[in-house]
Design a protein around this ligand. Structure first.
Ligand code: SF4
Length: 273
């Protein structure tokens, strides 16, 4: 049985006439960055891309890392990984931390020029010796060699970190421009599985630049207000597939309609007699 059931209820769609703030997650803005058309279909018309299966092994790593960092947070001490990388910081305690970590709540900010309530759920928050918040994101993968941060997925991870940094700044917090990825890399060179995965853990710093976020938010809002569906992304394989399959279906339907009307319409010779 299918689990994809578009369209979404209209209450989730952006309504250009509404005076209420429109709630949009950081993944909504990410969708706009990747393809304004997909963003418009989802947020304005309620046709979201089909969901992908959830990465439950990655979620398990996230959950356990949170527990592990929380142990050190409760003691007010740093984590051995930070000590190993000579990072002068520790997991921070804050009354709102649990809320900031919730996917559907997160850290939020009402952007008045667009009336968009923009939000995103963080993995972790540390504080350095200058009393600056450090935004942290956990990632899990399994690949040979060291992790590099240069492919297109990593560009999206960097934007994610920058959005969280921006949200904290908009909430009046002092935020370090350096955020961190706690990157867990599952090792495949063991003799056997033995019911356990072992990981190399790397701490990867990233200096965020959030200057692009507000202009992009304004652009996304302009897109939502428009009655025009943006062009498709010519490099997107899904839309090539969608476009070609739709074209064939329309051609086939036209042919069927023509054959059907030919059956109903008597031939010219028949009319004469
Ligand atoms: S090009 Fe089409 S399928 Fe691809 S992301 Fe955009 S709207 Fe979605």
């Amino acid at each position: 049985m299918g689990y994809y059931n578009p369209p979404k209820p209209a209450k989730y769609n952006f309504d250009p006439k509404s005076k209420e703030p429109y709630r949009m997650s950081r993944s909504g803005l990410e969708l706009f960055v990747r393809c304004p058309r997909c963003f418009y279909l989802d947020k304005r018309l309620g046709i979201a891309p089909p969901p992908t299966p959830s990465f439950t092994l990655n979620s398990a790593v996230d959950t356990l890392l949170k527990k592990e960092f929380d142990i050190h947070r409760a003691k007010g001490e740093t984590h051995p990984l930070l000590a190993k990388y000579s990072v002068n910081a520790r997991p921070v305690t804050h009354e709102k931390l649990n809320e900031w970590r919730e996917v559907f709540k997160g850290i939020k900010f009402l952007h008045k020029p667009t009336n968009i309530e923009f939000y995103g759920g963080i993995d972790d928050l540390w504080i350095n010796d200058k009393d600056e918040f450090i935004v942290v994101d956990y990632k899990a993968t399994s690949k040979e060699g060291k992790i590099d941060m240069e492919d297109q997925w990593k560009a999206s991870y960097k934007r994610q970190l920058e959005i969280y940094q921006w949200l904290f700044r908009q909430n009046g917090f002092n935020v370090s421009k350096t955020g961190y990825f706690v990157y867990c890399n599952a090792l495949k060179d063991r003799k056997a599985f033995d019911a356990k995965l072992e990981f190399d853990i790397e701490l990867i710093p990233y200096n965020g630049d959030d200057k692009w976020i507000e202009p992009k938010l304004i652009e996304a809002h302009k897109c939502l207000k428009s009655d025009l569906i943006p062009d498709r992304n010519e490099n997107c394989d899904y839309c090539k597939y969608r476009f070609q399959s739709q074209k064939i279906e329309i051609d086939k339907k036209d042919l069927e309609t023509k054959l059907e009307s030919d059956k109903k319409e008597p031939h010219l010779e028949g009319k004469l007699f």
